[in-house]
Ligand binder design. Structure first.
Ligand code: ADP
Length: 542
């Protein structure tokens, strides 16, 4: 027997309507590419999102068409999220930090009809445009007055002019909740990028799941500043989960340096923020160098890469900010787990609690996880056994756009490519990316654990560990270190520092110093490059 409840589809446009009706005066504040601060309300954003939809229809855009954005976190990008998806088209966010040839590949693969581009990214697009086969118009996300002269972009349109004469009375259509809403390509450190195609239902459910108290814990009292870009898995869903609960949003634009972020945190009373470890490194250094304190910030989500323990402690002890360690993937919309301690953890000592916080966290309802061995057999959830992490749920991909990469699931589960443990309390801990684990004498060494231990040394700015071929042990760890400016720490001192912190047989066989550690376009350590850089390197131990 079927139940008798209403069958309303879950649609993204309902989120902005809800916010406008129930939190109409709540502000969205943006540092604009133009340099100034812009502020308006959810009510204003709703009207302009409708104008975006009206403008798209006037330009001949149809449901299902892909619309590219190359833009930072700001109110116009936010309007595009709702205007594009709300009229049934697909909002394709593109990471401007990708190599030009990757951007060309992605735009052509997605067959983007329009490209909405922030002011300072127009020159890059101008260069690529001849190779972008399907793009009919580029829309400069600014007004006429700010448009630089001399751009050679045929059919260039100006965002504010497009919206200007539109009534903003558009009535959002209702359609199947499985309609594609947005598209994000994984950064693809090897091979071509692959498109993850979200739908309305997955996006709304992800926003519900991620707002829960033990996930991101958002509410109408939250002031949220997503440092994580809107082109990096939809800023981890914050432009949806924020309005879903009526939180005030603060968008930092392109200025992600410590000084600019600090200023916005303080001026706007930011309570909650989220980003990858590299941006937090810059913020912490800026605050220390200038002896600054944070007066309102309570929570900082660290995700995208493992949160180093030294960073968790610095936020907590020096600045009174609680770190929420989180893990996810583009394929998971992205949220998989967030780390909140349980009540019984209150009894733990500071060092025991840090051990818990280093785990990637617990999944909200909606994310199922299991770990399996090489033959696909389930491994125990005892916090010790580690294996390939598999996930499934309503906001996890079932396959890539246009079938790229073949079958994405194994018996209905998505293999994450991460190696992890699960414990009886539900906490997951990543030991490595499966392609980064170091196999020494048949045993696995976790590069993340070694990096964390090295990063706790005060002279280390950043550390990476890769496996290097070894005649006896197959592979042994090599520690690659970027020293802090002026620091003189050497190999002997670092190895002595690590001894006792990690198992003896995990100690790196050598330490090499570099001027910088390479990163991917989303801020992860680019291990493929390091392996390439050190391909002729031979360990002193053989
Ligand atoms: P990108 O974020 O570069 O677009 P992905 O979505 O592929 O690319 O990144 C997901 C991967 O990032 C995860 O599979 C995991 O390896 C890594 N990752 C994300 N968060 C964490 C974390 N908190 N700790 C360790 N690794 C993480």
């Amino acid at each position: 027997m079927l139940g008798l409840m209403q069958d309303r589809p879950l649609l993204i446009q309902q989120i902005i309507e809800h916010a406008a009706l129930n939190h109409g005066d709540t502000e969205i504040v943006s540092r604009r590419v133009e340099g100034d601060i812009h502020r308006y309300t959810y009510r204003d954003a709703r009207t302009r999102a409708r104008q975006v939809a009206e403008a798209l229809i006037a330009l001949g855009i149809h449901p299902g068409d892909r619309i590219g954005t190359l833009a930072w976190n700001g109110y116009r990008h936010f309007e595009l999220y709702y205007g594009i998806s709300g009229m049934g088209a697909v909002c394709h966010t593109i990471n401007p930090r990708l190599f030009p040839e990757q951007i060309v590949y992605i735009v052509n693969h997605a067959e983007d009809r329009l490209l909405f581009v922030d002011l300072n990214l127009l020159p890059a697009v101008e260069k690529l445009l001849p190779q972008l086969k399907t793009v009919r118009h580029v829309v400069a996300m600014t007004d006429r007055a700010h448009l630089p002269a001399g751009l050679d972009i045929p059919n260039l349109l100006v965002y504010e002019e497009l919206l200007h004469d539109k009534p903003g009375t558009y009535e959002w259509p209702e359609f199947d909740e499985r309609t594609a809403s947005s598209l994000c390509y994984t950064s693809g450190t090897t091979g071509n990028p692959k498109g993850v195609l979200y739908h309305h239902r997955s996006t709304v459910l992800h926003a519900y799941g991620s707002a829960l108290p033990d996930t991101l814990g958002l509410s109408a009292r939250s002031v949220v500043l997503p440092v994580v870009p809107m082109f990096h898995v939809n800023a981890w869903g914050l432009p949806y989960s924020g309005p879903l609960v009526g939180a005030k949003l603060v968008f930092p634009g392109p200025a992600l340096d410590g000084a600019s972020l600090y200023e916005l945190f303080e001026k706007e009373g930011v309570v909650f923020t989220a980003g990858v470890p590299t941006v937090w490194l810059a913020l912490l250094n800026h605050m220390r160098a200038n002896n600054l304190r944070l007066s309102t910030l309570k929570y900082a989500v660290i995700g995208g890469s493992a949160a180093p323990p030294a960073m968790i402690e610095a936020f907590d002890k020096e600045f009174g900010v609680e770190v929420l360690h989180a893990w996810g993937m583009t394929e998971m919309s992205p949220l998989g787990t967030v780390n909140h301690p349980k009540a019984r953890h209150a009894a733990l000592s500071a060092s025991e609690l840090l051990e818990v916080r280093l785990k990637q966290g617990r999944p909200p309802f909606g994310v199922d996880m299991k770990i399996v061995d090489d033959s696909g057999k389930d491994l125990p959830r005892d916090g010790k056994a580690f294996g390939d992490l598999m996930v499934r749920g309503p906001w996890i991909t079932s396959g890539y756009f246009k079938g790229e990469g073949g079958e994405a699931l194994v018996d209905g589960w998505f293999p994450t490519g991460d190696v992890a443990t699960l414990d009886p309390d539900g906490y997951m801990q990543i030991t490595d990316r499966s392609k980064d684990v170091i196999k020494s004498g048949g045993e696995w060494i976790s590069s993340i654990d070694l990096e964390n231990a090295a990063m706790a040394h005060p002279a280390v700015a950043e550390a990476a560990v890769i496996g290097v071929a070894h005649s006896k042990w197959d592979e042994r760890p090599l520690l690659i270190v970027h020293r802090k400016a002026g620091a003189t720490v050497d190999k002997k001192e670092l190895l002595e520092f690590l001894a006792g912190k990690v198992a003896k047989w995990w100690l790196p066989d050598d330490v090499q110093f570099v001027d910088a550690i390479p990163h991917t376009a989303t801020g992860k350590i680019l291990k493929t490059r390091l392996r390439e850089d050190f391909k002729d390197y031979r360990l002193p131990t053989g």
